[in-house]
Design a binder for this molecule. Structure first.
Ligand code: IVH
Length: 715
């Protein structure tokens, strides 16, 4: 029977609004498939709030308006869990899993034929949620597994947490808006809902939300958080739910802790939840997750595995997908699908025998920051790095980690001597996340950046608008080493056999003062150096000579202009046939090239304006390192954008000189002629055009401005 039928129409409207809001909330926060706009959603909430304001006696704790707004607590009240909230034993590799399997197989024959599920192990916080007749009534932390703390008000603020289950309209697809609304407005039979239900899940913050939160805090000049897990934990243990509400917590539920069916006088009725009869507690993990999902809980994705080897394979797949996961996973959990078998196997301490955590290698550890040192890069930029108490992260011993820049150290207040969190994930260079402030002993002092270059002792400079500090001494030995190292590297001039040791040796011996000096080295000079037997000297000289043949793009990249990497060097070489033309390029002209912003354009202009660099270029020219780009661009293998097309240019173009416009067209396979004819494909039109414009109009030749020309090229 529908309980709302006997209510007055306004109360009925209120109930309908609540159902509708719960429904759309679930679509948005659990299914990630909203059916209405935020505006429409807000309208529903406004209407509900109005009715509740007029009738405060109708407010119930499971009303969607009650997510936030509870008053701050003085302390948390203890809650006894209805059943122990157990932990998990760990395995660290496939063999660890097999050993666990062998142990339980010996205990029970049924294990041999058992199936498993594999779920992500979410790196968050266990929460225990109580529902009475479908309404969320209490939520607790894990505590010691027997007794937790009551954090109901905080949990209510999590939008993914259903305040009432089942969430109506749960089985519809997003295309079925109308039928969804229909099913939403019919309240489900009360008998479907276990009279008392306790579930367990993990509250956490997604990586994206965590990054956004930290960015917001940073902008506001507030302290940032170390990692999503600590943030989630801290947010849930706030005495003021308003603070929790401001944190982007979410939830996944994976276990039923208690299930008491409503005593039903009519006996079992068709449930629509899973494929069991109504009121029964699921007896497999697959069924548990499906039931929880059907009730409206957010559940983790899982893999059903027929045997232990496929479970191991599923764990390995999850390991590989770790970087793509929206939330931090610290492992996978393998569970016996059969809960009855799992229960029969019993426990070892607090760990059930029927499940095991396949732990991923840690990516984040804490260790002592012994020292902050400063590296001088090839552009003179000073980069601080951490010298750490050696620590293993994911199978690798880490002794150094980046600290990004001096502002980062100041923002995070990272101090030498601090215990620091260090992360090494995927391809990322290990970096210091921040200090563990609670571990301070009082002897750690804030760090001050050096005022002079650690390599040459000259004063350092801060460029306006830039975070970095620079050593601007052109003769700084550290910069020279980095410069030469970059010049000879694989992606630049690719001088095989010229490693960092030899670079240091050559500079140390006074044989190399700039990169051009590499090309005047003699065999006699090399033979004087330690470790240079005859063959090694010959090989090096041959490699140096061979590098003269590198294309222009390599040389441009090798110069080490700030912001000009391999790809951009390639682009520049397509527009400028040699370093002479690039040296003459104007700021606005450079900016017309895709990917060249004002900063890079400025860096290029500045580089060529420096007298020391003029001298270097002349030296390179004189030693024969002076490639010219072929007129056909690097990508000539693919048909060129303007192949076979004829252009005429008239008037002054806004940014391109006539010469450069011509080069641009020709380098994309086009032809530039002086007079318009029927064969002309386009007229490129600038300011103050000549008679060519009239002629083009007469002949119906399409007209392009500079912008249009670039579009034709990029198409
Ligand atoms: S099952 C008896 N499943 O990992 C059931 N735990 O190291 C034991 N966790 O305290 C837990 N994701 O907080 C289970 N999919 C998942 C999990 C998961 C994260 C946490 C949980 C537990 C800890 C054990």
């Amino acid at each position: 029977m529908d309980a709302t039928r006997s209510l007055d129409p306004l109360h009925q409207r209120l109930e309908a609004l609540r159902r509708e809001i719960h429904f759309h909330n679930h679509r948005y926060h659990v299914l990630d498939a909203p059916l209405i706009s935020d505006y429409e959603f807000d309208q529903l909430v406004v209407e509900l709030r109005q009715i509740e304001a007029d009738h405060p006696e109708w407010i119930t704790p499971d009303s969607p308006t009650q997510r936030a707004g509870a008053i701050p607590l003085d302390r948390f009240v203890k809650v006894r869990h209805p059943a122990p909230i157990l932990s998990l034993a760990n395995a660290f590799d496939a063999d660890g899993v097999r050993a666990w399997y062998e142990r339980i197989r010996k205990l029970d024959d049924r294990v041999e034929r058992a199936a498993f599920t594999v779920e992500p192990k979410i790196d968050g916080l266990t929460v225990v949620l109580h529902y009475r007749d479908g309404a969320f009534v209490q939520g607790a932390t894990r505590g010691d597994g027997e007794i937790g703390e009551d954090i109901t008000a905080n949990l209510r603020t999590i939008r993914a947490l259903p305040l009432r289950v089942p969430v109506a309209g749960k089985q519809v697809s997003s295309t079925q808006v109308d039928s969804a609304k229909e099913s939403m407005s019919t309240s489900l039979p009360v008998s479907l809902i276990p009279h008392y239900l306790v579930v367990r899940g993990e509250a956490f913050i997604t990586i994206k939300d965590f990054d956004a939160l930290n960015q917001r805090l940073e902008k506001a000049g507030e302290k940032t958080y170390l990692n999503p897990r600590n943030t989630a934990a801290g947010s849930l243990r706030q005495l003021d739910p308003a603070l929790t509400a401001s944190r982007p917590l979410t939830l996944l539920v994976y276990q039923i802790v208690a299930w008491e069916s409503a005593p039903s006088p009519e006996g079992p009725s068709p449930s629509g939840i899973g494929d069991r009869g109504q009121g029964e507690r699921p007896t497999t993990q697959t069924d548990t997750l499906e039931t929880l999902r059907a009730l409206g809980f957010p559940v983790p994705q899982f893999t059903a595995c027929p045997d232990i080897e496929s479970a191991i394979a599923a764990c390995q797949k999850l390991t590989e997908q770790r970087d793509q996961s929206p939330f931090e996973m610290d492992g996978a959990v393998i569970k016996l699908d059969d809960h009855i078998l799992a229960a029969d196997l019993g426990f070892v301490g607090k760990d059930p025998r029927g499940a095991i955590a396949f732990k991923f290698p840690a990516r984040e550890v804490t260790t002592r920051l012994n020292e902050i040192r400063v590296n001088v890069g090839r552009t003179g930029v000073l980069t601080p790095y951490a010298v750490l108490e050696p620590v293993e992260i994911g199978g690798v011993i880490v002794e150094r980690a980046t600290l990004h820049n001096f502002d980062y150290i100041a923002e995070k207040d990272i101090r030498p001597g601090d215990r620091v969190a260090v992360k090494r994930a995927g391809d990322v260079i290990p970096y210091v996340i921040g200090p563990v402030v609670d571990a301070r002993t009082g002897t750690e002092w804030p760090y001050t950046p050096p005022e002079t270059c650690p390599a040459c002792d000259q004063p350092v400079e801060h460029l306006a608008e830039e975070v970095a500090w620079y050593c601007v001494n052109a003769a700084c030995p550290a910069q020279l080493i980095r410069n030469v190292e970059h010049f000879v590297s694989r992606g630049a001039m690719d001088i095989v056999g010229l490693g960092i040791k030899i670079v240091e040796q050559l500079i140390g011996a006074g044989l190399v003062h700039d990169v051009a000096d590499l090309y005047t080295l003699t065999k006699e000079q090399l033979l004087e150096l330690e470790g240079f037997a005859g063959k090694k000297a010959d090989n090096l000289l041959a490699a140096v000579a061979a590098s003269k043949e590198r294309p222009l793009s390599r040389l441009i990249g090798a110069l080490g202009i700030r912001g000009v990497g391999e790809v951009m060097a390639g682009d520049l070489a397509r527009y400028y046939p040699s370093l002479d033309e690039l040296a003459r390029a104007a700021l606005d002209e450079l900016q017309m090239i895709e990917g060249v912003g004002p900063n890079i354009a400025q860096a290029i202009v500045d580089w060529f304006a420096r007298p020391a660099n003029h001298a270097l270029l002349e030296k390179l020219r004189s030693v024969g390192v002076w490639p010219r780009a072929e007129i056909k661009p690097a990508g000539a293998a693919t048909p060129m954008a303007l192949a076979g097309q004829t252009f005429v240019i008239t008037g002054t173009l806004p940014t391109l000189s006539r010469e450069n416009a011509k080069f641009l067209i020709e380098s994309h396979g086009g032809k530039v002629t002086d007079s318009i004819s029927k064969k002309t494909n386009y007229l490129v039109l600038g300011e103050n055009p000549g008679s060519k414009l009239d002629k083009a109009r007469e002949l119906g030749v399409p007209i392009l401005n500079e912008e249009g020309l670039k579009k034709v090229i990029s198409n």
